[in-house]
Design a protein around this ligand. Structure first.
Ligand code: AGP
Length: 593
């Protein structure tokens, strides 16, 4: 189940509602089918919530006008309980002296709900989250002790969660178990949020709560303790990202902006401050008896490329397993002589974290490649490399993919004394990235004249095969068109039966060792009447449309050839009137299984 929400709490010197709305807008990319806010005014909790995007709900319910200096807010993206106003958060308890926002899943909510109903609690929604409000109320009503109520509540909940509650007396309290929760510290107040983007405009000082941490913000101070009630200390971190990087600027969509940022982010991936850590990676890798690589979605495609370049250039054998399959395939053979490389943009993907935790328990060393250095994955790894491409807002990964590749190529380059040639060809790579991005208008025109397409196949051999998979994923996500990446050599083993004049086939075919074999595949396709789009540095009469790749050292083609595929997906989305930044049914980071 997909269920990714944003939560935010604020207690400070400004009116809470405008701050909360602003923060929710910045986190909207995580989930966005309903919105709600609770604030405290004159010792009473006021809740307003509704279905729609933040701007829509704000307009209809005037959220921004809600009074009070303390409040919590939530954007919801849910299947659990349907998209209705009642199911939107915050959820209040019966006496209305507590309201709660929640991200995650309460697995034992049925049993808890039954128990609470027997005690006289009345439920207003179909969500699992509402049980948290009633449980808190049941414990809080006894002695009106927030700390005790939070501890007792957390110890009854099963599942994964981060929740924030606001109490009538003016306090905010949050707890986390396997979902992120971060405190933002200002000179005159606090935030508590599921995402640093929720408060980065106001402060760059953050405390990342650990699992089983509870925070209470009351009377101008912050108290941290664990589920046993023992006081805990967590370091304050200075968060580095510029909030400006999360704005769209002159671009129509974040996705288009992020596609264009790749000139900078790919190059920064090579030059970034990973130098020392790459040394640590090399030590772990050269001493390992077995090496596994894992990731989900786009990050899995990066993992496939890493396996390939490790084998081809660094002569290192490794096994790539997608994170959702990891526990079934790899766990029996992993031990303390193993290294697991986990790749993740967010560092919060549940499937990835579960694989890593299981491997760690068996003694494996964990190396990760993340774009969020403060993420859960980075923090449980023995060492991590930072992709450092800035916040990626578009739900579909673009710059984080090429950023990951850049870091992974650089690592492999170090392991084989420069034989991949990414560092040595930095300038050529930058020129090639600029040239391929300049093809945007041609690609837009090409998409514009395409008839209604139902099926797209993308062919690639060797290193180009994971790029074919990634291109197909982009088209599925952004344009809702059936698309498949196929290893070109496999065509004759089955997929050829699907090819006819109604299909469109993209052939990734730069002039390298795969060129001649892929041209043969293109002939087979053309003979069956399909429309063929060639992506290559060498033109061929076979192609109905041609996207020219700039000349570059051939090992580096994957870093540039994916960009026209991202661009095709973006323009296909526009053609279908789909919002490329927020594809339907998807959320940016999938923090539950
Ligand atoms: C890619 O476009 C996706 N939206 C998705 O497949 C994503 O790559 C996957 O969920 C993994 O996310 P992560 O890199 O943050 O772990």
């Amino acid at each position: 189940m997909l269920f990714v929400c944003s939560i935010i709490g604020y207690k400070g010197k400004s009116l809470a509602a405008p701050v909360l709305i602003d923060s929710l807008k910045r986190m909207e990319y995580r989930g966005y089918d309903s919105v709600g806010i609770a604030t405290i005014t004159d010792g009473k909790i006021l809740v307003r919530k509704g279905v729609g995007k933040v701007a829509e709900v704000n307009k209809s319910l005037e959220l921004v006008r809600m009074p009070g200096l303390v409040g919590i807010g939530h954007t919801r993206w849910a299947t659990h309980g349907g998209v209705t106003g009642n199911n939107a958060h915050p959820h209040s308890a019966c006496t209305k002296d507590i309201a709660v926002v929640h991200n995650g899943i309460i697995e034992n909510y049925d049993a808890l709900k039954e128990e609470l109903i027997l005690l006289g609690h009345r439920f207003k929604s179909q969500t699992d989250s509402e049980v948290i409000a009633h449980l808190l109320e049941a414990h809080y009503s006894r002695e009106r002790n927030i700390k005790q109520a939070m501890i007792e509540t957390c110890n009854r909940l099963k599942g994964t969660y981060a929740f924030v509650a606001v109490f009538e007396e003016g306090a905010i309290s949050g707890a986390r178990f396997d979902e992120p929760l971060i405190i933002g510290i200002m000179d005159n107040g606090y935030f508590i949020s599921s995402d640093i983007l929720g408060f980065l405009k106001y402060t760059d000082k953050a405390i990342f709560l650990d699992n089983k941490d509870i925070a209470i913000i009351n009377a101008g101070k912050l108290e941290l303790f664990d589920f046993e009630g023992l006081s805990v200390k967590r370091p304050t971190t200075q968060v580095a990202w510029e909030l400006g990087a999360a704005e769209k600027g002159a671009y129509a969509h974040h996705t288009l902006k992020e596609i264009h940022e790749q000139v900078r982010t790919v190059i920064e991936g090579i030059s970034s401050d990973n130098k020392e850590k790459i040394g640590t990676f090399c030590n772990f890798l050269t001493n390992a008896k077995s090496i596994y690589i894992t990731g989900s979605g786009t990050s899995y495609h990066s993992a496939l490329i890493l396996k390939h370049i490790f084998g081809k250039f660094a002569k290192i054998r490794s096994e790539t397993i997608m994170s959702s399959e990891f526990q079934y395939i790899a766990l029996d053979s992993i031990d303390e002589t193993s290294v697991l490389i986990a790749i993740s943009q967010s560092g919060e993907t549940a499937d990835v974290l579960q694989s890593v935790k299981a491997a760690k328990q068996k003694g494996a060393k964990i190396l990760s490649v993340v774009n969020v250095p403060t993420s859960s994955l980075a923090r449980i790894s023995d060492s991590f490399l930072n992709v450092n491409c800035g916040p990626e807002i578009g739900v579909a990964a673009t710059k984080s993919f090429t950023g990951q590749l850049s870091v992974l190529y650089n690592l492999t380059d170090r392991l084989c004394n420069g034989c991949v040639g990414i560092a040595a060809n930095k300038n050529e790579l930058m020129t090639a990235l600029n040239l391929i991005l300049a093809a945007e208008n041609n690609i837009a025109n090409m998409v514009d004249i395409m008839d209604d397409i139902k099926d797209i196949y993308i062919l690639g051999r060797s290193l180009h095969y994971p790029i074919a998979l990634e291109g197909a994923l982009k088209i599925k996500e952004l344009a809702y068109i059936h698309a498949e990446g196929i290893a070109a050599g496999e065509l004759k083993h089955g997929p050829l039966a699907l090819i006819d004049k109604n299909t469109m086939v993209v052939v990734i075919n730069p002039l390298d060792a795969t060129f001649n074999d892929t041209i043969s595949s293109a002939h087979e396709i053309k003979a069956r009447g399909a429309i063929v789009i060639g992506i290559s540095d060498k033109e061929n009469d076979l192609y109905d449309h041609f996207i020219k790749l700039p000349k570059i050292k051939e090992t580096l083609f994957p870093l540039i050839e994916v960009i026209p595929l991202q661009t095709v997906a973006y323009y296909l989305a526009l053609k279908k009137n789909a919002d490329p930044d927020y594809p339907r049914n998807l959320a940016k980071s999938v923090t539950v299984k």
